[in-house]
Write a protein that binds this ligand. Structure first.
Ligand code: GAR
Length: 217
């Protein structure tokens, strides 16, 4: 199945990109990755894409005088590749409202918290400092404001006694790797509608409601 054409934007190790690569390798998965773009030369995720035979591009933001010029290059590359849905996967550049509008409702992000709490950086440190019993991850459509937008899928993860940032990040990351492919699949199946800035998933009952929880194994 060819399915929805994805472009994945990364800045680092690309473990979420890998989760999407692995999902897309399954015969019944309704999407494929046409291009992986990094703003950082030598990012680990680029090697993951290359190993999977996925075209890659490095577009270093420092080589552009303005954010707009940097983003225009990204958009041109995505368009050339026929990308229909852009997936931010650890892409650590803020995007301008212009880019976000160009890709409105075709641009999603994964964030390591249960949004709307812990937007921005250091979400795990803040969760630990607050003593919350659960944290998690969120896949959402991107809006101009940082870490805001209609929520497609979330996974809850327990915070355990003795956790530090690293152990908590590892547990949340495992959930991210399930949550992102789930969210992309629902979108690729054409079952995701944005109604009044909230996501409604057609025909979704039980776990298909785009909720992954810690009791589910
Ligand atoms: C992931 O935990 C992702 O949620 C986070 O960066 C990590 C990237 O890891 N993204 C953000 O914090 C965006 N605000 P990866 O490169 O292994 O996928």
């Amino acid at each position: 199945m060819a399915g929805l054409t994805l472009g994945v934007l990364i800045s680092g190790r690309g473990s979420n990109l890998q989760a999407l690569i692995d999902a897309c390798a399954r015969a019944d998965y309704p999407a494929r990755i046409a291009l992986a773009i990094s703003n950082v030369a030598g990012a680990g995720g680029l090697a993951r894409a290359e190993a999977a035979g996925i075209p890659t591009a490095t577009i270093p933001h420092r080589e552009f005088e303005t954010r707009e010029a940097f983003e225009a290059e990204i958009t041109a590359a995505l368009r050339r590749a026929g990308v229909e849905l852009v997936c931010l996967a650890g892409f650590m550049r803020l995007l301008t409202p212009g880019f976000v509008e160009d890709w409105r409702d075709r641009l999603i992000n994964i964030h390591p918290s249960l949004l709307p709490v812990y937007k921005g950086l250091d979400s795990h440190a803040r969760a630990l400092a607050d003593g919350v019993r659960f944290t998690g991850c969120t896949v959402h459509f991107v809006r101009p404001e940082m870490d805001v937008g209609p929520i497609v899928a979330q996974a809850a993860v327990p915070v355990l006694e003795g956790d530090d940032e690293e152990t908590l990040a590892t547990r949340v990351l495992a959930a991210e790797h399930r949550c992102y492919p789930l969210a992309v699949r629902l979108i690729a199946e054409g079952r995701v509608r944005i109604v009044g800035e909230r996501v409604s998933v057609d025909g979704a009952e039980g776990p298909e409601r785009a909720v992954l929880n810690p009791l589910e194994g």
